[in-house]
Write a protein that binds this ligand. Sequence first.
Ligand SMILES: [Zn+2]
Length: 263
Amino acid sequence: MAPVTATFRFYEELNDFIARPLRRRSFSCVCPPAATAKHMIEALGVPHTEVELILVNGESVGFERILEDGDRVAVYPKFEALDIRPLLRVRAEPLRMIRFVADAHLGGLAQLLRLAGFDTLYDNHYADAAIEALAAAEQRIVLTRDRELLKRRTITHGCYVRALKPEAQLREIFGRLDLAGSARPFRLCLTCNAPLRRIEKEEVADRAPQGVLERHTQFVTCDVCRRVFWEGSHWRRMRALMDAVVDGVHAVHAAPPAAGGAQ
Ligand SMILES: [Zn+2]
Protein backbone atom coordinates (compact mmCIF):
# COMPACT_ATOMS: atom_id res chain seq x y z
CA MET A 1 0.00 0.00 0.00
CA ALA A 2 1.20 3.52 -0.79
CA PRO A 3 1.99 5.80 2.12
CA VAL A 4 -0.77 8.17 3.14
CA THR A 5 -0.35 11.87 3.75
CA ALA A 6 -2.97 13.55 5.91
CA THR A 7 -3.27 17.09 7.24
CA PHE A 8 -3.77 17.56 10.99
CA ARG A 9 -4.94 20.45 13.12
CA PHE A 10 -5.19 20.21 16.92
CA TYR A 11 -7.37 22.64 18.85
CA GLU A 12 -7.23 24.38 22.19
CA GLU A 13 -5.24 22.72 24.97
CA LEU A 14 -4.47 19.61 22.88
CA ASN A 15 -1.65 21.74 21.48
CA ASP A 16 0.17 21.37 24.82
CA PHE A 17 0.89 17.74 23.91
CA ILE A 18 2.33 18.15 20.43
CA ALA A 19 5.72 19.38 19.23
CA ARG A 20 6.04 23.15 19.43
CA PRO A 21 6.39 23.82 15.65
CA LEU A 22 3.11 21.97 15.00
CA ARG A 23 0.95 23.85 17.50
CA ARG A 24 -2.11 25.86 16.47
CA ARG A 25 -1.69 25.33 12.74
CA SER A 26 -2.38 22.75 10.05
CA PHE A 27 0.49 20.47 9.13
CA SER A 28 0.89 17.41 6.92
CA CYS A 29 2.10 14.14 8.20
CA VAL A 30 2.97 10.89 6.45
CA CYS A 31 1.04 8.04 8.10
CA PRO A 32 1.79 4.30 7.92
CA PRO A 33 -0.59 2.40 5.62
CA ALA A 34 -3.95 1.65 7.27
CA ALA A 35 -3.15 3.87 10.27
CA THR A 36 -6.22 4.77 12.33
CA ALA A 37 -7.09 8.25 13.57
CA LYS A 38 -6.34 7.08 17.13
CA HIS A 39 -2.93 5.72 16.17
CA MET A 40 -1.85 8.97 14.52
CA ILE A 41 -3.25 11.21 17.25
CA GLU A 42 -1.33 9.28 19.90
CA ALA A 43 1.78 9.04 17.71
CA LEU A 44 1.75 12.85 17.59
CA GLY A 45 1.69 12.91 21.42
CA VAL A 46 -1.96 13.35 22.40
CA PRO A 47 -3.51 10.69 24.72
CA HIS A 48 -6.82 9.55 23.25
CA THR A 49 -8.62 10.18 26.56
CA GLU A 50 -8.09 13.92 26.01
CA VAL A 51 -9.94 13.83 22.69
CA GLU A 52 -13.67 14.43 22.52
CA LEU A 53 -14.26 14.96 18.83
CA ILE A 54 -12.47 14.10 15.59
CA LEU A 55 -13.58 15.56 12.28
CA VAL A 56 -12.18 14.09 9.07
CA ASN A 57 -12.99 16.25 6.06
CA GLY A 58 -15.64 17.94 8.21
CA GLU A 59 -17.39 14.73 9.35
CA SER A 60 -17.37 13.29 12.86
CA VAL A 61 -15.56 9.94 12.94
CA GLY A 62 -14.54 7.33 15.52
CA PHE A 63 -11.05 6.52 16.73
CA GLU A 64 -10.86 3.49 14.41
CA ARG A 65 -11.31 5.47 11.20
CA ILE A 66 -8.55 4.47 8.74
CA LEU A 67 -6.89 7.56 7.34
CA GLU A 68 -6.72 8.01 3.59
CA ASP A 69 -4.46 10.10 1.41
CA GLY A 70 -5.47 13.77 1.46
CA ASP A 71 -7.67 13.54 4.60
CA ARG A 72 -7.97 16.68 6.69
CA VAL A 73 -8.12 15.73 10.37
CA ALA A 74 -9.32 18.20 13.05
CA VAL A 75 -8.97 17.08 16.66
CA TYR A 76 -10.82 18.74 19.55
CA PRO A 77 -10.52 18.42 23.32
CA LYS A 78 -13.41 18.14 25.76
CA PHE A 79 -15.68 21.15 25.56
CA GLU A 80 -16.69 22.30 28.97
CA ALA A 81 -19.94 24.15 28.64
CA LEU A 82 -21.05 23.05 25.24
CA ASP A 83 -23.28 20.13 24.35
CA ILE A 84 -21.60 18.39 21.44
CA ARG A 85 -23.31 15.03 21.96
CA PRO A 86 -24.92 15.06 18.52
CA LEU A 87 -21.40 15.09 17.06
CA LEU A 88 -19.91 12.56 19.46
CA ARG A 89 -18.54 9.45 17.84
CA VAL A 90 -15.37 8.69 19.70
CA ARG A 91 -17.05 6.93 22.58
CA ALA A 92 -20.48 6.16 23.92
CA GLU A 93 -22.35 8.38 26.36
CA PRO A 94 -20.44 10.16 29.12
CA LEU A 95 -20.13 8.14 32.32
CA ARG A 96 -23.32 8.30 34.35
CA MET A 97 -21.75 8.07 37.80
CA ILE A 98 -18.77 10.33 38.21
CA ARG A 99 -16.06 8.60 40.19
CA PHE A 100 -12.31 8.65 39.98
CA VAL A 101 -9.10 6.76 40.48
CA ALA A 102 -6.12 9.05 41.05
CA ASP A 103 -2.51 8.13 40.35
CA ALA A 104 0.11 7.97 43.08
CA HIS A 105 1.14 11.63 42.69
CA LEU A 106 -2.32 13.09 43.20
CA GLY A 107 -3.04 12.36 46.87
CA GLY A 108 -3.88 15.99 47.66
CA LEU A 109 -6.33 16.21 44.78
CA ALA A 110 -7.91 12.88 45.80
CA GLN A 111 -8.65 14.23 49.29
CA LEU A 112 -10.18 17.42 47.92
CA LEU A 113 -12.39 15.44 45.53
CA ARG A 114 -13.59 13.30 48.44
CA LEU A 115 -14.25 16.48 50.38
CA ALA A 116 -16.42 17.60 47.48
CA GLY A 117 -18.28 14.29 47.65
CA PHE A 118 -16.73 12.44 44.69
CA ASP A 119 -15.83 8.79 45.22
CA THR A 120 -12.07 8.80 44.53
CA LEU A 121 -9.75 5.83 44.91
CA TYR A 122 -6.16 6.66 45.72
CA ASP A 123 -3.23 4.77 47.13
CA ASN A 124 0.36 5.87 46.73
CA HIS A 125 1.33 2.26 45.99
CA TYR A 126 -1.01 1.86 42.99
CA ALA A 127 0.89 0.57 39.96
CA ASP A 128 -0.25 1.67 36.51
CA ALA A 129 -1.76 -1.76 35.82
CA ALA A 130 -3.83 -1.55 39.03
CA ILE A 131 -5.17 1.87 38.05
CA GLU A 132 -6.04 0.57 34.60
CA ALA A 133 -7.86 -2.44 36.10
CA LEU A 134 -9.81 -0.33 38.61
CA ALA A 135 -10.84 2.12 35.92
CA ALA A 136 -12.18 -0.67 33.72
CA ALA A 137 -13.84 -2.72 36.48
CA GLU A 138 -15.56 0.17 38.24
CA GLN A 139 -15.88 2.64 35.35
CA ARG A 140 -13.74 5.25 36.99
CA ILE A 141 -12.20 8.32 35.41
CA VAL A 142 -8.40 8.14 35.63
CA LEU A 143 -6.69 11.28 36.93
CA THR A 144 -3.00 11.47 36.22
CA ARG A 145 -0.06 13.62 35.23
CA ASP A 146 1.39 10.69 33.24
CA ARG A 147 0.27 10.80 29.64
CA GLU A 148 1.65 7.30 28.96
CA LEU A 149 -0.88 5.93 31.44
CA LEU A 150 -3.72 7.54 29.49
CA LYS A 151 -2.57 5.84 26.30
CA ARG A 152 -3.36 2.40 27.74
CA ARG A 153 -5.96 0.74 25.58
CA THR A 154 -8.66 -0.08 28.12
CA ILE A 155 -8.71 3.38 29.70
CA THR A 156 -11.65 5.11 28.05
CA HIS A 157 -12.21 7.98 30.46
CA GLY A 158 -9.25 9.91 31.76
CA CYS A 159 -8.05 13.38 32.51
CA TYR A 160 -4.53 14.63 32.16
CA VAL A 161 -4.13 17.01 35.10
CA ARG A 162 -2.09 20.07 34.15
CA ALA A 163 -2.03 22.05 37.39
CA LEU A 164 0.61 21.24 40.00
CA LYS A 165 -1.01 22.22 43.32
CA PRO A 166 -4.02 20.33 44.74
CA GLU A 167 -6.35 23.36 44.92
CA ALA A 168 -5.53 24.41 41.36
CA GLN A 169 -5.96 20.78 40.26
CA LEU A 170 -9.39 20.68 41.86
CA ARG A 171 -10.42 23.86 40.04
CA GLU A 172 -9.11 22.43 36.77
CA ILE A 173 -11.01 19.15 37.14
CA PHE A 174 -14.19 20.94 38.22
CA GLY A 175 -13.96 23.14 35.14
CA ARG A 176 -13.15 20.48 32.60
CA LEU A 177 -15.73 17.95 33.78
CA ASP A 178 -18.36 20.49 34.82
CA LEU A 179 -18.57 19.12 38.36
CA ALA A 180 -19.87 22.15 40.24
CA GLY A 181 -23.50 21.01 39.99
CA SER A 182 -22.68 17.49 41.21
CA ALA A 183 -20.58 18.38 44.27
CA ARG A 184 -21.92 17.11 47.61
CA PRO A 185 -19.43 18.39 50.20
CA PHE A 186 -18.92 16.48 53.48
CA ARG A 187 -20.45 13.25 52.28
CA LEU A 188 -17.25 11.16 52.27
CA CYS A 189 -14.40 10.58 54.71
CA LEU A 190 -11.26 12.30 53.39
CA THR A 191 -9.06 9.45 54.57
CA CYS A 192 -11.14 6.37 53.74
CA ASN A 193 -13.37 7.48 50.83
CA ALA A 194 -16.22 5.90 52.85
CA PRO A 195 -19.63 7.54 53.44
CA LEU A 196 -20.04 9.78 56.48
CA ARG A 197 -23.22 9.34 58.51
CA ARG A 198 -24.92 11.46 61.12
CA ILE A 199 -24.38 10.35 64.66
CA GLU A 200 -26.16 11.35 67.89
CA LYS A 201 -24.29 13.45 70.38
CA GLU A 202 -24.69 10.74 73.06
CA GLU A 203 -22.83 8.26 70.88
CA VAL A 204 -19.96 10.70 70.38
CA ALA A 205 -19.33 11.17 74.10
CA ASP A 206 -16.09 9.20 74.39
CA ARG A 207 -14.77 10.19 70.97
CA ALA A 208 -14.60 14.01 71.08
CA PRO A 209 -13.14 16.53 73.54
CA GLN A 210 -15.48 17.87 76.23
CA GLY A 211 -15.26 21.45 74.88
CA VAL A 212 -16.36 20.31 71.45
CA LEU A 213 -19.31 18.42 72.93
CA GLU A 214 -20.41 21.59 74.71
CA ARG A 215 -20.18 23.86 71.65
CA HIS A 216 -21.54 21.61 68.89
CA THR A 217 -24.74 19.72 68.24
CA GLN A 218 -24.17 18.12 64.82
CA PHE A 219 -21.73 15.27 64.33
CA VAL A 220 -20.90 12.81 61.57
CA THR A 221 -18.74 9.71 61.68
CA CYS A 222 -16.91 7.36 59.32
CA ASP A 223 -17.63 3.68 59.98
CA VAL A 224 -14.24 2.64 58.60
CA CYS A 225 -11.81 4.78 60.64
CA ARG A 226 -14.43 5.63 63.32
CA ARG A 227 -13.33 9.25 63.41
CA VAL A 228 -15.94 11.84 64.35
CA PHE A 229 -16.27 15.20 62.56
CA TRP A 230 -18.08 18.37 63.58
CA GLU A 231 -18.48 21.84 62.15
CA GLY A 232 -15.39 23.35 63.74
CA SER A 233 -12.89 25.80 62.27
CA HIS A 234 -11.31 23.16 59.99
CA TRP A 235 -14.73 22.32 58.57
CA ARG A 236 -15.45 26.02 57.97
CA ARG A 237 -12.13 26.48 56.12
CA MET A 238 -12.99 23.52 53.92
CA ARG A 239 -16.46 24.95 53.30
CA ALA A 240 -14.90 28.26 52.20
CA LEU A 241 -12.57 26.41 49.84
CA MET A 242 -15.47 24.45 48.31
CA ASP A 243 -17.52 27.62 47.83
CA ALA A 244 -14.57 29.35 46.16
CA VAL A 245 -14.00 26.46 43.75
CA VAL A 246 -17.66 26.23 42.77
CA ASP A 247 -17.90 30.03 42.26
CA GLY A 248 -14.60 30.15 40.38
CA VAL A 249 -15.74 27.49 37.96
CA HIS A 250 -18.95 29.35 37.25
CA ALA A 251 -16.90 32.45 36.41
CA VAL A 252 -14.75 30.46 33.97
CA HIS A 253 -17.85 29.02 32.34
CA ALA A 254 -19.08 32.48 31.44
CA ALA A 255 -16.82 32.31 28.37
CA PRO A 256 -17.13 28.89 26.72
CA PRO A 257 -15.04 28.09 23.63
CA ALA A 258 -16.63 28.95 20.28
CA ALA A 259 -18.82 26.29 18.70
CA GLY A 260 -16.98 24.25 16.11
CA GLY A 261 -13.66 25.64 17.29
CA ALA A 262 -13.11 27.39 13.94
CA GLN A 263 -9.98 29.39 14.55
ZN1 LIG B 1 -12.67 7.26 57.59
